[in-house]
Write a protein that binds this ligand. Structure first.
Ligand code: UDP
Length: 405
């Protein structure tokens, strides 16, 4: 199939782990790569936010990235992109009509991409699949009723969910949220993202560590909602253990980072400063070594639409203690591949981590079950096959071939 992926603000060429690059960039890059490996032709369309890169870039993984001129060629905050949507959608429609390459299906990532893609899809008769990644209604609930920007977002999200041919959701939690929003259940298909098993596996280099000191690892962007502060608050209840925090800005910029400074001050006030280590951003191909060096991965966000880091740790054979929020309630099976605790509850977190560190047999059992779960449910192959089935059902393409066969 010819598959257009539309990701207005999250370019697969951007790196992750920095202040603003998050899982969505990686998701788009990995989904495109997984689909190419399955034999599809993939183009990713993203907004041009710099004058320098060429119009199209061919990646090593075999997909192309197209830079779409819509709005100024410089970074624009996501919630200020709305005025440039029409331009983006018209450009896509023009390309698909007259550019010599017409997609069989278009998969939009994030609601803003969904609006532009639906515009182009309607004009070119291209079926549209949508993945939200993050929902305004979930933001509103978390912030005690305050509407997320830009104005009208939740209404738009409802409308595009109803207009899309299919919505691919990442977790049961998101599925429930969308049903409550008013998107018909028949449009929703659960296809969680896969883990790159060529990068994340149980064997390979291990980051240096003190063998005498249990290691908790927590990984992610330095945002309050990632809950690193709760991990530090839990540490006094986990004697001896060190807590390694990977992510945020590069190590040399940590001293100037506001969240990093708050975490350091918190560690001091909790009396655990000598057991907390902020590493800063780690390149993706070095992350597995950090996961493998840990006894437990702690993922303590207050909210997490999907949550890649627990899955990456599981693929490396590391048990997870996570908060029971969003996608983590799907990926971590409580009592089988890890333990789940309520969010924003350092006491519960500390207790769960302490008990798991004291029980080597249970850690081994969790790690083994986690590896199994990744192989069966979260491989790239499985992910690409499930997406292919969704695309076939909205475009009719694969289905015709199957019926003929
Ligand atoms: N990550 C990375 N380097 C870092 C920290 C994080 O490559 O120093 C990656 C991590 O492996 C994961 C992603 O960034 O794949 C973060 O995804 P997650 O779903 O945990 O959070 P998001 O950033 O989407 O909120």
């Amino acid at each position: 199939m010819r598959i257009a992926m539309v990701s207005r603000h999250a370019s697969p060429l951007a790196t992750a782990g920095g202040q603003d690059a998050g899982g969505q960039h990686l998701h788009v890059a990995e989904q495109a790569a997984a689909l190419v490996a399955e034999g599809h032709e993939v183009r990713v369309y993203t907004r041009r936010d710099s004058p320098t890169p060429p119009d199209t870039v061919s990646t090593e993984a075999g997909y192309q990235v197209w830079h779409v001129p819509a709005g100024p060629a410089r970074p624009v905050p996501t919630d200020q992109l709305l005025p440039h949507l029409g331009e983006f959608g018209r450009w896509l429609a023009e390309q698909w009509q007259h550019g010599g390459w017409r997609p069989d299906v278009a998969h939009a990532h994030f609601w803003l991409s969904g609006m532009a893609t639906l515009h182009a899809g309607r004009r070119t008769n291209t079926p549209v699949v949508l993945t939200y990644h993050d929902l305004g209604s979930a933001h509103r609930r978390r912030s005690g009723g305050r509407d997320p920007g830009p104005r009208g977002r939740i209404g738009y999200e409802r409308a595009i969910g109803r207009a899309a041919d299919r919505v691919v959701v990442q977790s049961h939690d998101e599925l429930g949220e969308l049903v409550r929003l008013g998107v018909p259940r028949s449009k929703l298909t659960l296809v969680p993202a896969g883990v790159d098993e060529t990068l994340f596996g149980p064997t390979g280099p291990v980051a240096p560590r003190d063998p005498a000191r249990p290691r908790l690892l927590t990984v992610g962007r330095m945002r309050d909602r990632k809950g690193f502060q709760d991990v530090i608050r839990a540490l006094p209840a986990v004697p001896e253990a060190e807590c390694v925090v990977v992510g945020g800005p590069p190590a040399e910029l940590l001293p100037a980072d506001a969240v990093a400074r708050r975490l350091t001050a918190l560690a001091e006030s909790c009396g655990v400063a000598d057991r907390v280590r902020l590493v800063g951003a780690v390149p993706r191909d070095e992350l597995a070594a950090w996961y493998r060096s840990a006894d437990v991965l702690v993922a303590a966000p207050w909210y997490e639409p999907f949550g890649r880091t627990p899955l990456e740790a599981m693929a490396c054979g590391v048990p997870v203690v996570g908060t029971a929020v969003g996608g983590i309630t799907d990926s971590v099976v409580d009592g089988l591949t890890g333990d789940l605790v309520p969010p924003r509850d350092p006491r519960a977190l500390g207790g769960a981590v302490r008990r798991l560190l004291a029980d080597r047999v249970r850690r081994f059992a969790y790690a083994t079950a986690a590896l199994d779960r990744i192989r069966v449910r979260y491989s790239f192959r499985h992910w690409a096959e499930q997406l292919t089935a969704v695309y076939a059902s909205v475009s009719g393409i694969g289905q015709v071939a199957t019926a003929a066969a």
